[in-house]
Write a protein that binds this ligand. Structure first.
Ligand SMILES: Nc1ncnc2c1ncn2[C@@H]1O[C@H](COP(=O)(O)OP(=O)(O)O)[C@@H](O)[C@H]1O
Ligand SMILES: [Mg+2]
Length: 147
């Protein structure tokens, strides 16, 4: 079931992400990583969302876009790890498969946030949570579609 949420500011978008982080921390999965598959145009708010997610997971470091590194990881409490991946420059999932993708998504302790997930659709797990970011008419208006 899709759910559409209206965000009128950067803070609102990050608060939504923080709330999702809290939900995930209290309901850990048994099989495989929790994967956020994020899509939306440049500037739509994907990285901002991941920053909120990281805060909600207790990451103290500043989360910046991993565009040039493709994969960045952050330790979270209880031996868990947040992976932030940016597939903007990727055409398919081949390069990710070479970057220990299977190990990353296979570990239920991992939380994976992947920007431009639509570029690597075929390697995104079936149970991933898809989130789309759509810019609105106002400068700070976004529609966030979950599911
Ligand atoms: N409601 C909003 N939600 C998210 N970002 C917003 C919002 N309003 C304005 N912004 C701004 O839009 C930009 C989003 O950039 P970013 O998160 O890097 O996008 P993306 O990763 O999708 O390219 C930031 O400069 C942010 O401050
Ligand atoms: Mg980004």
């Amino acid at each position: 079931m899709k759910k559409s949420i209206h965000s009128d500011s950067l803070k609102t978008t990050q608060d939504i992400a923080k709330e999702l982080a809290r939900i995930i921390l209290t309901a850990p999965k048994k099989k495989g990583a929790f994967v956020f598959a994020l899509k939306g145009e440049l500037g739509a708010g994907k990285t901002s969302f991941v920053q909120g997610l990281a805060k909600g997971l207790g990451v103290k470091k500043n989360v910046l876009s991993p565009t040039f590194l493709i994969v960045k990881s952050y330790n979270i409490k209880k031996g868990r790890t947040l992976y932030h991946i940016d597939c903007y420059r990727l055409k398919n999932g081949k390069e990710l498969l070479e970057l220990e993708w299977k190990e990353i998504i296979g570990n239920s302790k991992n939380i994976v946030a992947i920007e431009w997930a639509d570029h690597v659709k075929r390697i995104i797990p079936k149970d991933a949570l898809w989130i789309s970011f759509v810019q609105g008419n106002e400068l700070t208006e976004r529609k966030i579609v979950i599911g």
